[in-house]
Write a protein that binds this ligand. Sequence first.
Ligand SMILES: N[C@@H](CCC(=O)N[C@@H](CS)C(=O)NCC(=O)O)C(=O)O
Length: 208
Amino acid sequence: MSEYTLHCFAESGNAYKAALMLELTGQDWQPVFVDFFNGQTRDPMWRDEVNEQGEVPVLMHGGTCLTQSALILDYLSAQTGQFGPQSEEERREIWRWMLFDNHKFTSYYAALRFLLCLKKTGETEVTTFLRERAAAAYRIVDAHLAGTPFMVGARVTIADLSLAGYVFMPEDTGMNVQQYTHIEAWKARLQALPGWQHPYDLMPRVAP
Ligand SMILES: N[C@@H](CCC(=O)N[C@@H](CS)C(=O)NCC(=O)O)C(=O)O
């Protein structure tokens, strides 16, 4: 039995945030596959036993059960002593970007990708709206990264791992993400970190 257990599935960028943190910090961890596409997170028993919020990721560590990727990242940075804040000011900056990520950068993009690439709805008013909102968030992050190698200064923090949830996902959402050159350069810096792995290599996936 590994020290950490992460309930996840490969297509979940929110789970990738936690999986990447576990991997980059060299933890003894194992994934538990969640069959999201067949409704496991909506199963009342799963909600009762694993997460009442009906979401992945869920991290188990000893007797502690944690949900919400930002909280999991915060917990893991405290446990491992890595990628966390080194001052109160940094702590605030990290949370400021993790909240922006959860509300806008990850969530609009993830919803767009889910509808267009996984549920295959085709282009609708909703996907057009989500793409505009995701692009607005991408422009903000791109402008920020024009002036700094990582989201909060010169070293990687959990803020970077939070924003990295979906940026390596291969599906084409019609966002033309290559235009965000500072985000592309930041992605290359993350990929160069020892232990970096692609989400589809790090977490279990049912063959498409
Ligand atoms: N804010 C949450 C978002 C988690 C989330 O949306 N997870 C998705 C998978 S990527 C999920 O489990 N959704 C289930 C549902 O909405 O029914 C986090 O950061 O952990």
